[in-house]
Design a protein around this ligand. Structure first.
Ligand code: SAM
Length: 212
């Protein structure tokens, strides 16, 4: 897999959370109230704690992430699981989310596992990272870089800059290209809606058929 090109790093006071940028959109893709939800690669657990479902399971392979997520949790709705999403016996869920975590998994196997975890009639929402590979990707990069700085400056001026990440959060510096993601999803999650997004992200929504 190729490396994600090095971004022009902003000064730290202008850093902001690119995943959180898409959260309001993410919530709009979900049913207003689901019974069960799973957040894959939950990290600090910020998303998992706010998913509108009666029962939320949040899984992360990192012991440190689960320790941080569960220790800041005042909401017993969330079941925190330290484990590998591929091997943990989790069941199926009305809602499955994967925010900035799919690129940690082998793409095809990851999509197959997300499909398996989504209950019939359920909703899968991915906000993911892709590797820049095509002229169009580079054109979008030319817009993303100044937009990233402008949003960072506005956030800094309004006191809302800052990233919840820390040195303990596992990150990987490789991701599939958008074409690879589209090709694999067309096969594994037919009907999935994939959109290129600013800030090095794409989004994917898949509604599982009633029988699958
Ligand atoms: C970049 S973090 C994203 C965290 C969080 N979703 C967010 O948006 O802030 C990716 C997370 O995926 C987790 N992860 C990687 N491989 C995993 C696996 N096989 N099973 C469960 N979690 C995994 C990592 O430990 C890491 O915390």
């Amino acid at each position: 897999m190729r490396r994600i090109p090095l971004k022009l790093e902003l000064p730290e006071k202008l850093w902001w959370d690119h995943n959180a940028w898409y959260r309001r959109w993410l919530f709009r893709q979900l049913p207003s109230r689901a019974r069960t939800a799973l957040d894959v690669g939950c990290g600090h657990g910020v998303l998992a704690r706010t998913i509108p479902a009666d029962e939320v399971t949040a899984i992360d392979a990192s012991e440190r992430m689960i320790e941080i997520a569960s220790s800041t949790d005042r909401d017993s709705r969330v079941r925190w699981v330290r484990g590998d999403v591929f091997t943990e016996d989790l069941g199926r869920f009305d809602v499955v989310t994967a925010e900035a975590s799919l690129h940690h998994l082998p793409l095809r196997e990851g999509l197959e596992r997300l499909r398996e975890l989504t209950a019939p009639g359920g909703t899968l929402v991915v906000v993911g990272l892709y590797t820049i590979a095509t002229p169009l990707d580079w054109a979008v990069e030319a817009v993303t870089l100044p937009a990233n700085a402008i949003v960072g400056a506005v956030k800094a001026a309004t006191g809302t800059a800052g990233k919840p990440y820390d040195v303990d959060m596992p990150v990987v510096m490789s991701a599939p290209t958008l074409n690879e993601i589209r090709e694999a999803a067309a096969e594994i999650l037919p009907g999935a809606r994939i959109r290129r997004r600013l800030f090095w992200r794409y989004s994917m929504v898949w509604h599982a058929p009633e029988v699958h």
